[in-house]
Ligand binder design. Structure first.
Ligand SMILES: NC(=O)c1ccc[n+]([C@@H]2O[C@H](COP(=O)([O-])OP(=O)(O)OC[C@H]3O[C@@H](n4cnc5c(N)ncnc54)[C@H](OP(=O)(O)O)[C@@H]3O)[C@@H](O)[C@H]2O)c1
Length: 286
């Protein structure tokens, strides 16, 4: 087993936190990078926490030193520049493999030249040209977004998506694919589109949530303007709100690509269904 540490950027995040658990459970040395070490309290024992901010270059050399394999997930309006800084630092420090978490619909969609899609495609391109062996994991909609959408508090889902279909994806499967790409041979130069196995409407997701929680949850198809007002009132930054509205417009327009079988191919088992994620997170939903 390689004894150099795996550096997980985004270790406090949805996928990164699960990846840290998988790497630690498999006996790998793990270094978790965060801007707020005080908040990163629920990591497995033995994981090294390092303070670092990708927008503060002077904070990075110590965090990256000696890490041969790097997982990269960030968020927000500066994904492209933050991730470029990480890739450059990883190369300077001799990294041998980088796995980046990305999104789908980067090339062909109506939003390819702007917003989140542009940030991820700029970041992907920088990584591909870096000279460091890479794998890109393009994720479908995280099933865990239902927590962000406050299903419990809102009594259901109220989103401008009509009867458009989506591919809810279990973040644990994304972490499992990242684990494979970091630890096993044969994944360099591959771009994986990882989704859940189902192509569900949002009312179908609400139906599964209702059945699992035993609560009568409802779906309503609200105007995009209503969501826009809600995001603004919640203090969501304009860039993030714009990407959210773009995304739901794609859902409503039937533009979300169907599920892929790539998780099954990489993991050798079926991808988890939306109902599996719901069942395993019932305490957060009831
Ligand atoms: N949610 C979805 O449905 C979905 C679908 C497809 C793709 N994605 C992509 O998946 C990625 C993760 O999404 P998410 O919203 O779920 O994120 P998240 O779990 O909130 O995690 C974001 C991580 O980025 C780290 N980070 C942000 N800025 C940083 C900086 N300046 N320096 C170091 N670390 C920084 C944060 O670390 P600290 O705060 O600990 O420093 C945090 O761990 C995003 O790129 C998103 O576009 C999401």
């Amino acid at each position: 087993m390689d004894s150099s540490p795996y550096l997980v950027i985004g270790a406090s995040g949805t996928v990164g936190s699960e990846l840290v658990r998988l790497l630690a459970a498999a006996g790998h040395r793990v270094r978790a990078l965060t801007r707020n070490p005080d908040k990163l309290t629920k990591l497995p024992s033995g994981v090294q926490i390092v303070a670092g901010d990708l927008s503060q270059l002077e904070s990075l050399p110590a965090a990256f030193a000696g890490a041969s394999r790097v997982f990269l997930a960030t968020n927000g309006p500066w994904i492209a520049s933050l991730e470029a800084a990480a890739v450059d630092m990883a190369r300077q420090q001799g990294a041998e493999r980088i796995v980046k978490l990305s999104g789908r619909h980067l090339e062909e969609s109506c939003w390819a030249d702007r917003g989140l899609a542009k940030r991820h495609s700029d970041s992907e391109n920088h990584l591909r040209q870096s000279g460091v062996p890479w794998t890109i994991v393009r994720a479908g909609l995280f099933a865990s977004n239902v927590l962000l959408w406050r299903v419990r508090e809102q009594g259901g889902l109220h989103l401008p998506v009509g009867d458009g279909r989506d591919t809810p994806t279990d973040p644990r499967d994304l972490a499992a694919v990242a684990f494979e790409a970091l630890t096993a041979p044969g994944h360099a130069g591959r771009t994986y589109e990882i989704t859940g196995p189902e192509y569900l409407t949002y009312p179908e997701m609400v139906d599964r949530l209702s059945r699992a929680t035993g609560r009568r949850l409802t779906f309503s198809d609200i105007p995009a303007e209503a969501l826009c007002v809600g995001l603004e009132a919640a203090g969501v930054p304009a860039a993030q709100a714009g990407s959210t509205l773009d995304y739901f417009a794609m859902v409503r327009g039937g533009l979300i690509y169907p599920p892929t079988a790539t998780a099954q191919t990489v993991l050798g088992r079926p991808a988890r269904r939306f109902a599996d994620w719901v069942r395993d997170h019932l305490t957060l939903l009831k």
